[in-house]
Write a protein that binds this ligand. Structure first.
Ligand SMILES: NC(=O)c1ccc[n+]([C@@H]2O[C@H](COP(=O)([O-])OP(=O)(O)OC[C@H]3O[C@@H](n4cnc5c(N)ncnc54)[C@H](OP(=O)(O)O)[C@@H]3O)[C@@H](O)[C@H]2O)c1
Length: 228
């Protein structure tokens, strides 16, 4: 049976390379994006697999639920969820507003949680599921949560979400991990970043395909464990 994978923010950057990596391996890939035309444009660039564009706006809870419900009815259960979509604003504690914090939490935590709530019941029932939360070392206590405030705090919360849910499902063959792609040359990472989007995608793709003995509730970079 072919696995079905949903990648958020699949139209550009690291997400686009995650979609490409799974498509090349022959998986059915649901390319999640806010703008359907951009998703269709990205899809043209994919070779192999079975790529379908679905519109997902992590800022719109109702739309998220409707879109995933429709996708599950059409394409079947989602076996692998890659919570990749994200954005960064450069606020510090003096300039950040409650609205900035809410927006970052919505896209990096509440939206991913809503997607997990929608796909996890079937994963548990099927005793197979992989969830990958694309996070950042800016959200690591081990590295002093040392990035822009809304981004860092929301990524730290995404890490916490990963650990919390992993404990709850650790008797099943459902694995949920977080990862950092490193500093990647994308719209978010900027042009000076040293890594290619393809390199940034590697660990996420690998975590989505872990076998049943693989880790869960763990934080990775370059397929190596990082401290939270
Ligand atoms: N690049 C880095 O150096 C770096 C480092 C550490 C972690 N990361 C993480 O890697 C992930 C991917 O980032 P990237 O570098 O590939 O960034 P990117 O090229 O800027 O792409 C971000 C993606 O997220 C989507 N997105 C943003 N807000 C969204 C929303 N409300 N609803 C749905 N989709 C939304 C964007 O959609 P639109 O095209 O519609 O805007 C786009 O597809 C993010 O979670 C980021 O935090 C990146």
């Amino acid at each position: 049976m072919t696995s079905t994978v949903l990648v958020t923010g699949g139209n550009r950057g690291i997400g686009r390379e995650i979609v490409r990596g799974y498509a090349q391996q022959g998986l059915k890939v649901l390319l999640g994006c806010r703008n359907e035309d951009e998703g269709l444009e990205a899809k043209k660039d994919m070779v192999g697999g079975d790529v379908h564009v679905i519109t997902l706006d992590l800022n719109n809870e109702q739309q998220l639920i409707e879109s995933v419900t429709r996708a599950q009815a059409v394409y079947g259960d989602i076996d692998i969820l890659i919570n990749n979509a994200g954005f960064l604003t450069e606020h510090n504690w003096q300039s950040v507003t409650t609205e900035d914090m809410q927006h970052a939490m919505q896209v990096h935590v509440y939206g991913p949680l809503s997607l997990i709530q929608q796909v996890l019941p079937a994963m548990i029932e099927n005793n197979y599921g992989r969830i990958v939360n694309v996070s950042s070392t800016y959200g690591a206590f081990d590295q002093e949560i040392n990035g822009p405030i809304a981004y860092s705090i929301s990524k730290a919360a995404l890490n916490a979400l990963t650990v919390n849910i992993a404990q709850d499902v650790d008797k099943t063959n459902v694995k949920i991990n977080a990862m950092s792609p490193g500093w990647v040359h994308t719209r978010l990472g900027g042009k000076d970043a040293s890594r290619t989007p393809q390199k940034g995608a590697e660990t996420a793709i690998w975590l989505g395909l872990l076998d049943k003995d693989g880790p869960t509730g763990t934080f990775f970079k370059d397929k190596q464990i990082l401290s939270w």
